[in-house]
Design a protein around this ligand. Structure first.
Ligand code: ADP
Length: 296
């Protein structure tokens, strides 16, 4: 039902007293290795909620790739679309200091080798999905190619992260385009942006997507289409770690849209999923089941 097209990374995390300056060596905590990457996160989030989910991604023929595949399988994702080889698995090297500030180096690795050719070869997988959800941690041309193979009547959801200028063909396919404040401002370009999320949504809609969702952290989200704009409240929770909350939100929204929900209904459900995710540490480890969402 849901196909996620996107990245899979191993997040390598070390706690430090102080992040190192140029030329400096610091000692840190034991290494923690977590499955991550926006595509892999979304697929796990959807599958954990009960969605029939597949992932089109590329990992290396290495231990990190096997870790990521195992995390997908354990969550119930169909791993048939995960391609193996071509480069080492993508890695995020993360140092975190006691105040929670971090420094991150990302090596896209195999994510950068998910080619338009790979998307063409997966045309069957793409064409059989009711909803396809993508982000931009894989080459933009690959996402554009994937969109060309959508089935009639299916739906395409894009979280343009990391944000960059988007071609018209891609914008026109989005229903919705899902952005946070930072992504909205980058895509709109500085001067046009202003401070009001309703203005961002209007300006983004004018670029061609059929609908737009602006996520606003603890403030919830804003849903906008030709029919107008609706605020979706957040659920009041004690947030401990917002890592991967946006990915859980997007995955939940995509799944509910595929099940026939309206955009506002899907966003309200997604806000509850995001709220649970921020009450727990980690990304994939923090994602709730449908029963846990019902309990909020
Ligand atoms: P991103 O991680 O992409 O910046 P947000 O931080 O806006 O995305 O979070 C995505 C969604 O998760 C929000 O729209 C909201 O529904 C939920 N969420 C995030 N932070 C909180 C919070 N502190 N309290 C409740 N819900 C939250």
């Amino acid at each position: 039902d849901l196909l996620v097209v996107g990245s899979a990374n191993a997040d390598l995390v070390i706690g430090v007293q102080r992040r190192p300056a140029a030329g400096e060596t610091v000692l840190g905590s034991d290494l923690a290795t977590h499955p991550g990457g926006k595509g892999a996160n979304q697929a796990v989030a959807a599958a954990r909620l009960g969605a029939r989910t597949a992932l089109l991604a590329r990992v290396g023929d290495d231990a990190h790739g096997r870790l990521l595949l195992e995390a997908q399988r354990a969550a119930g994702v169909d791993p048939a679309g995960v391609l193996v080889g071509g480069a080492p698995t993508g890695v995020a090297l993360i140092t975190v200091d006691p105040s929670g500030d971090n420094s991150i180096v990302v090596s896209p690795g195999a994510n950068g080798r998910l080619t338009p050719e790979d998307a063409r070869a997966a045309a069957g997988l793409i064409g059989s999905a009711r909803v396809v959800s993508a982000q931009l941690e894989v080459p933009l041309e690959t996402v554009v190619e994937a969109v060309r193979h959508l089935a009639e009547g299916s739906r395409f959801v894009l979280n343009p992260s990391p944000p960059r200028e988007l071609p018209q063909e891609l914008l026109a396919a989005c229903d919705p385009l899902i952005v946070n404040e930072h992504e909205a401002k980058v895509i709109l370009g500085g001067d046009e942006a202003g401070d009001d999320p309703e203005d961002w949504a209007r300006a983004l809609l004018a670029r061609g997507p059929r609908s737009v969702v602006v996520t606003l952290g603890a403030e919830g989200a804003l849903v906008a289409s030709a029919d107008g704009a609706v605020r979706v409240p957040s659920v009041k929770v004690d947030a401990v770690d917002t890592t991967g909350a946006g990915d859980a939100f997007t995955a939940a929204l995509a799944w509910r849209l595929g099940a026939g929900a309206s955009l506002a209904e899907a966003a309200a459900y997604a806000a509850r999923v995001g709220a649970v995710a921020v009450t727990r540490r980690g990304a994939q480890e923090s994602y709730p089941t449908a029963d846990e969402v019902e309990a909020v």
